[in-house]
Design a protein around this ligand. Structure first.
Ligand code: IPM
Ligand code: MG
Length: 359
């Protein structure tokens, strides 16, 4: 039995609240399944930035490297650090640990309401595979004559053969696996914009088609990102696995969250598939300053992220048990946070999942 070391970075705002519930549920799973797992907490956030001028210590990444996985709540507090500085914590970890797949399942659990008429547990069951280390997030560019009438800013997107190929391979393999397990029809939709982005996205499409050749059992599909946004609402059942660039994946997964019942239910994993570095699991919502410390944030997205972590670690039995518990808790519907139309508190929903696990 491997001894797992898990780093927990609660971060800012509601991140601190959901991290408590995530850990609570993790503890229950660990006890029930007899796992050997230890958590270590790090207080790296915008308060840390105010005190030290950086989001984490100089050797922070070196420290994290020794862990098997990381859980991150959320970062951001504009009163204490500019947003693009706060984001360096998460973006830095993604890049440094080559977490080149941002895996974002979009699955509607039974008895969960959404604002969108087309959604049912049958129609909403897909996974977005978002490229997570390059593309539009490559941080290439700069400012020229800032603050003058000649001022300009350049932000260059970088698409490499290696970067595109590896994320597409992951998407095709995932579609193949989902098909084998009866979880999906075996389709990879290429989220593109090659009609307008005549260099980067034309290249992206080329790599998609090259990679697709190696997966004859998987069906090819493509949608321009603007149309894809429309299709996600109109015909969510069309989608199985969607492969998207960094920025497009970012945008369509917030839309995807609404198909699942809201941001409070959307989980994600930043994966280094080779396991050369730790992967990081986080809800896709932000620090939500408007509702922070009111005890009303929905912890399901974080609990689901912990489930993805266990899956990544190969603890499939524990992960499946968590899936059962989350699904049963939502199905029962007694405990719901305000975003789901209820009046329950964050800790009550965490407790309910915990109890369901121990049942
Ligand atoms: C996300 C977030 C981040 C991103 C921010 C915090 C930089 O929106 O994880 O989706 O853009 O990737
Ligand atoms: Mg986002």
């Amino acid at each position: 039995m491997p001894g797992y070391q898990i780093a927990i970075i609660p971060g800012d705002g509601v991140g601190q609240e959901v991290a408590i519930e995530a850990e609570k549920v993790l503890k229950a799973v660990v006890e029930k399944h007899g796992l050997d797992l230890k958590t270590t907490e790090f207080d790296w956030n915008c308060d840390y930035y105010q005190k030290h001028g950086t989001m984490m210590p100089e050797d922070g990444l070196e420290t994290l490297k020794g862990f098997d996985a990381i859980f991150l709540g959320s970062v951001g507090n504009t009163k204490k650090a500019p947003d693009h500085i706060a984001a360096t914590l998460v973006l830095g970890i993604r890049k440094k640990f080559d977490q080149y797949v941002n895996l974002r399942p979009i699955k509607l659990y039974p008895n969960v309401d959404t604002l969108i008429k087309t959604t049912t547990p049958e129609t909403v069951n897909m996974v977005v595979v978002r490229e997570n280390t390059e593309g539009e997030y490559s941080a290439m560019g700069g400012f020229f004559k800032p603050g003058t009438p000649d001022g300009l800013a350049l932000q260059t997107a970088v698409f490499t053969q290696k970067g595109c190929e590896r994320v597409m391979r992951y998407a095709f393999e995932l579609a193949e696996e989902r098909k084998k397990k009866g979880k999906g029809p075996g389709v990879v939709t290429n989220c593109t914009k090659s009609n307008a982005l005549n260099n980067s996205m034309v290249f992206w499409d080329q790599v998609y088609n090259q990679v697709a050749e190696d997966y004859p059992d998987v069906t090819r599909d493509m949608a321009l990102v603007d149309a894809l946004a429309m299709w996600l609402i109109r015909n969510p059942e069309r989608f199985d696995v969607i492969v998207a660039s960094n920025l497009f994946g970012d945008i369509i997964t917030d839309l995807g969250a609404m198909l699942q019942g809201g941001m409070g239910l959307a989980a994600g994993g930043n994966i280094n598939p080779e396991k050369e570095f730790p992967s990081m699991f986080e809800p896709i919502h932000g620090s939500a300053p408007d509702i922070m410390f009111k005890g009303i944030v929905n912890p399901i997205a974080s609990i689901e992220s912990i489930r993805m972590m266990l899956e990544h670690l190969g603890e499939n039995e524990a992960a499946q048990d968590m899936e059962r518990a989350v699904s049963a808790t939502l199905q029962e519907g007694k405990i719901r946070t305000p975003d789901m139309g209820g009046t329950s508190k964050t800790n009550e929903l965490g407790d309910a999942v915990r109890e369901m696990i121990l049942k």
